[in-house]
Structures are given as C-alpha cells and as structure tokens.
Write a protein that binds this ligand. Structure first.
Ligand SMILES: Nc1ncnc2c1ncn2[C@@H]1O[C@H](COP(=O)(O)OP(=O)(O)OP(=O)(O)O)[C@@H](O)[C@H]1O
Length: 403
C-alpha cells in the first residue's frame, strides 16, 4: 500500500513538473515572439512530447508549415532567460527541435566517482568501460567486447590518469578473477602500484624484459584460445559454454610512447589484431598522440579513441580521430569516438586516495598469495565432432603470471 502511494505521489509530482515546464515553454514562445502569422491568426510551435530523466527535462517542438526554423534557432536566448545557462536547443529536422534543460552542466562541475550510481548501467555489459557523464546528464559507457581496444590521449593534466583509474576501478569492482585478468604496464612508474595484490591483476611492471615475456606468453595463450574456438566451432570466446569460457584479458599501458621497443610494439600489434575474438583487449594511454608513436596497423585496431585537451588540432584529428580536442579547456572533459560517432563526456573525479580506499578490501594479504598461479580446467572437445554433453576433459591451461 505504502509503495503504491509513493508511486502515485511521484507520478503526480512528475505530472506537475511536466505541466510547469510546458507552461514556461509557452511563455517563452510569447516573450521571444517565436511565432508565425497566418492572416490574423498567430501560431506557435507545438509541444509534442515532454520527457523527464534524472538530470534533464526535454521537450520536442514541432513547427507548423511556413515557420522558418532559423527564427527559432536565433531566439534560443529566451530559453536561457527562463531556464538558465544549462539549456540546449537542438535542431533535428526542418520542422523539429528538441529543447533540453539540464539540472547540471557536467563540464563546469566536478562529478565524484560513485560505483553505486553506475552499477545498474554497467551490469548489462560483458566487459564494461565506464567513461563518464554526457552533456545531458546521461552515462557514457560501452562494452569492450563489442568495441575492442581503446586509446586515451591528451596533454599533461588533461585527465588521462583519472580516466584510467575510473576504468580500472569499475572493471575490478564488476568482474571477478574468473571473468577478468589484467596486465598493467606502467611506463611512467606513477600509480599502477595501486592495483598490486588485487586478484584480477596478474602483473604490474614497467620493465621491458617482463613486458616482452608477458606478451610472448599471451600469444601462446591466444593460440590455445584459437584452438578452443576451432574445436567448438564458434567465432568468439563469449560463445563458448560458460563452464569453459576463459577470463577476458585486458592489457593496460600507461604512457605508451615510452615503450620505444620494436619487438614489444610488434607483439602488441599482433595481439590487438587478433585479440577481439579471443577475449584479449588493449588499453593504451599517451600524452604524445603523434603519427610516429602510433604508426601503422596498431592505430587501426584501436576502435575507440578518447581524447582530452591537446595543443595541436592536427594530432586530435589524425591520431585521436576526435576533432575539437584543442578547444577543450577543463581537465576531465573529453571527446570519445566510438563506432557510433563522437560524444563529449565528463569523467568523474576519482582521486588516488579514494581509489585506494575502494580497492583495499579486495586486496590479498600479501604478494606471495597474489602471485599464486591460477589454473583453469578447460575441457576440450575431441577432434571429432561430438555433442556438447560428450565433452572430454583433456587439457589444463595455466594462465600464469609470468613474473
Ligand atoms: N575528471 C576530472 N574531474 C575533475 N578534475 C580532474 C578530472 N580529471 C583530472 N582532473 C584534475 O586534473 C589533474 C590532472 O589529472 P591527471 O593526472 O589525470 O592528468 P594526466 O592527463 O594523466 O596528466 P599526465 O599526463 O601529466 O599524467 C588532477 O589531479 C585533477 O586535479
């Protein structure tokens, strides 16, 4: 009964809010003379729909025939006078506009990272990459399984480390050790120590010799995964039966430009080229997104690019592929390019101390335990085609930590 009343009450409040919004828009039409005269009759745009979300009110406006859309666009100031600065009037066709009124402007404010707020959003993904808040207050996140390999670029202080911390922390909180393993290469030797002793994190290092041996072992691992796909006649690890599905692997390299080693670069390129189907993904971050650093094929495999502030618009266009990064002014304001287009995002602020306190409860008591090898029993089908209930347990694959 109580729930029912609460529901009724919230619907009533929503109704009042929508009505007030509609009346204020009509007042704006009159004040700004957003109207058209047919003989003696004055007509205004029609409000065809009012929408309400957590941080945003929106109204779809339709113009009657003969109404010049330029006249409406020119008069958007009248909405600012009524609703404040956080207003956007977007033209979607010759006769339709959408008016957005946001309760916050995420690009002017600091948003603090809160896992609980994003939990329901990211749980729908196999490998969630949470980036931040869009101009209209919605979340921007995506599934790395569908859009593999990520490049984060931007000048010093643009917010790359904060974004990486947000991505890593979200992945660690949402995926268990049986679902995810991380390899973390910290060429700046700055902060990946944060993730030591966490079960999903297999290695944290900046030593090139260790990176090479990791990459070689990962290549072997990918070979085994390829065999598995072939035997089960599937094209992605996600299509394997749950009980034998290997964990996703993510490789993080902070300040990728400092690697400066042809062999490592070539190995990375090979891993990025074939990693998608095998559940192995690369996340690179760099201050220097130049053509020299990201030459050739590797760039092509980085499906998603997120760019922060940069001095040079050419780099933003050619390398990050996110036009306009040179116009960004605040740390944490980024442009993200996915297969669906470019979007402005504000990354939530997650300071080192905050991340430390979030992750501390998940850490193993000492490094010795953390370094213990993790074994997964993979039942392989025999070479002959057999039904899944005749799966033969024939092989043990070890995901070693390569230290
Ligand atoms: N999303 C954010 N919200 C608010 N402030 C931010 C955000 N991101 C970064 N900052 C501010 O900018 C500072 C620098 O951010 P960060 O260390 O992430 O930059 P960076 O791009 O990694 O720089 P560098 O390449 O020099 O390491 C932070 O200490 C913080 O004060």
């Amino acid at each position: 009964m109580k729930d029912c009343l609460m529901d009724l009450y919230s619907r009533y409040r929503e109704w009042i809010l929508k009505n007030e919004f509609e009346n204020e828009i009509k007042r704006c039409f009159r004040l700004g003379e957003i109207s058209h005269k047919y003989g003696e009759t004055i007509v205004y745009p029609t409000i065809v729909r009012i929408g309400l979300s957590v941080n945003c009110l929106e109204a779809v406006l339709n113009l009657p025939r003969g109404f010049n859309p330029e006249d409406v666009a020119k008069k958007s100031w009248v909405f600012n006078q009524s609703f404040g600065e956080n207003v956007e009037l977007k033209r979607v066709s010759a006769k339709t506009f959408i008016l957005y009124v946001m309760s916050i402007n995420p690009f002017k404010e600091t948003i603090i990272y809160n896992y609980e707020n994003i939990y329901s959003e990211i749980m729908k993904y196999d490998l969630p990459i949470y980036v931040g808040i869009t101009a209209r207050g919605g979340s921007f996140s995506y599934d790395m399984v569908e859009q593999p390999h990520l490049l984060i670029a931007g000048e010093t202080g643009s917010g790359k480390s904060v974004l990486l911390r947000t991505i890593v922390t979200t992945l660690l909180l949402s995926k268990s050790v049986n679902e995810l393993q991380m390899y973390m290469f910290d060429m700046k030797k700055s902060e990946f120590f944060l993730y030591k002793r966490i079960p999903q994190v297999k290695i944290v290092t900046h030593e090139k010799s260790k990176i090479k041996s990791c990459f070689n072992e990962l290549k072997k691992e990918m070979g085994l995964r390829g065999d598995l796909l072939e035997q089960y006649e599937v094209s992605h690890v996600n299509e394997l039966p749950k009980e034998i599905r290997p964990p996703f692997i993510t490789i993080f390299i902070d300040e990728f430009s400092l690697i400066d080693d042809k062999l490592i670069y070539d190995l990375l390129q090979q891993i990025a080229a074939i990693g998608r189907a095998l559940g192995v993904f690369v996340i690179l971050s760099t201050q220097r997104p130049s053509a020299k650093i990201l030459e050739g094929e590797l760039k092509v495999h980085l499906t998603v690019r997120i760019g922060g502030r940069v001095q040079d618009g050419t780099n933003s266009r050619i390398i990050i592929d996110t036009e306009g990064c040179e116009t960004l002014t605040t740390s944490g304001h980024m442009k993200a390019k996915t297969t669906k287009g470019i979007i402005d995002v504000k990354v939530p602020l997650l300071k080192v101390e905050h991340a430390k306190s979030i992750l501390e409860p998940y850490k193993l008591p000492n490094e010795e335990i953390a370094e213990k090898k993790v074994e997964f029993e993979i039942p392989l089908k025999s070479a002959k085609k057999v039904s899944t209930n005749k799966i033969k347990k024939s092989k043990v694959i070890v995901w070693s930590d390569f230290k």
